[in-house]
Design a protein around this ligand. Structure first.
Ligand code: ADP
Ligand code: MG
Ligand code: ZN
Length: 343
């Protein structure tokens, strides 16, 4: 104890007269509770100011609003208790969610069928009532861009696009150093840029959107079709009878030489590349960051599509795979860490 107290005095010299400061308070880690609610997974974590994920919990996204809100609040209350044990001082809650979000109101305005019913949902009021903390909310694509800007490839970049791949396809756009929300919080809805006049049906109700070709759900749809035709499984692959066929199996099959699987994935990558080209021609950013589970699968095809089809002056754009484990979650944390009042 004596040595401990000497060490503390050494690291933290006494405060000037009239100022007292509790040592344990100084040793607390300033942090944020961060939520990422997607079409498939709900994640809640504690993120430190330095960008370290101190703790992470996740569960499948419940399919109705009541259960979604309940799970979200339960996980947050659990996380705040764990934060205390980890000596983390929580500055606020940042929420990344699918759907169109009004960040001023902390309100999810509207979602597609990927998050059925998740429309006109006030997230700020119930979360701040349950946790007595300030709450920030934004769309998951926007949060991915914010995560990249604070901790990833977007650091110091004035103009870049983040693409979030998961159940759907989301986007976030930073222009002149600022995140673009648009007049009605619908900017950078990259997933619903059309790459075909007809094309497959999209979760948004339209058809031919890039999300209907390139998302996790789109690949899952195609994987199931192939499987039903008995054309998915190739040598070296084993699928249990109760396993749900998904994008993962399609990617695995393509890697093992399944030409049909490979073709579907190539089409997904080409569709994404085509949508990206439209944005390059509209805004000419310096960088595109591919985030999420499908980023490594698509990156080369997106680069190749840009090389083949973009205007020569737009081809110089850098296309990089995110190095962050959870870009949207990090962006949600950054909402808190950037804006919370600091002592
Ligand atoms: P969301 O944020 O939309 O909930 P996630 O980022 O958690 O989604 O990713 C879930 C989606 O990614 C699902 O569509 C799932 O099938 C797909 N997926 C999960 N793991 C893999 C993988 N290893 N390879 C390809 N797709 C995957
Ligand atoms: Mg997501
Ligand atoms: Zn759509």
């Amino acid at each position: 104890d004596v040595i401990d107290s000497i060490q503390k005095q050494f690291i933290f010299p006494p405060m000037p007269d009239g100022v007292s400061q509790d040592i344990d308070h100084i040793l607390e880690i300033q942090s944020a509770l961060a939520v990422d609610l997607g079409g498939t997974n709900l994640r809640v974590s504690i993120v430190s100011k330095a960008g370290e994920i101190m703790h992470m919990m996740s569960k499948p996204t419940p399919s109705d609003n009541t259960a979604r809100m309940e799970s979200l609040l339960t996980l947050l209350v659990d996380a705040s208790q764990i934060a205390t044990k980890l000596n983390c001082r929580v500055l606020g809650v940042g929420v990344s969610t699918g759907g169109r979000v009004n960040p001023h109101e902390g309100l999810v305005m509207h979602s597609t069928k990927s998050l059925e019913g998740w429309s006109a949902i006030d997230l700020r009021t119930p979360i701040s009532s349950a946790l007595h903390l300030p709450v920030w909310v934004d769309n998951d694509g926007n949060c991915a861009a914010l995560g990249e800007r604070k901790f990833g490839h977007g650091k110091g970049k004035e103009d870049f696009l983040a693409i979030a791949t998961g159940t759907g396809i989301g986007g976030g756009l930073v222009l002149n150093g600022r995140l673009v929300h648009g007049s009605n919080f619908c900017a950078a809805e990259l997933g619903h840029i059309a790459v075909s006049i007809d094309g497959p049906a999209c979760m948004c109700g339209s058809s031919g959107c890039v999300e209907a070709y390139s998302s996790g759900l789109a690949l899952m749809r195609e994987a199931k079709k192939l499987h039903q035709a008995g054309e998915l499984i190739v040598d070296g692959m084993k699928i249990d009878t109760n396993e749900i066929i998904s994008a993962k199996h399609l990617i695995q099959a393509a890697k093992l030489g399944n030409k049909k699987a490979e073709k579907i994935i190539h089409l997904g990558g080409e569709a994404l590349g085509t949508a990206v080209i439209s944005i390059l021609h509209l805004l000419n950013p310096t960088l595109v960051v591919l985030c999420g589970v499908l980023a490594p699968t698509y990156v080369d095809i997106v680069r190749e599509t840009i090389e083949n089809k973009a205007l020569p002056s737009a081809r110089g754009v850098k296309v990089q795979v995110s190095l962050l484990k959870e870009p949207a979650l990090m962006g949600a944390a950054s909402l808190v860490l950037e804006y919370a009042t600091r002592r």
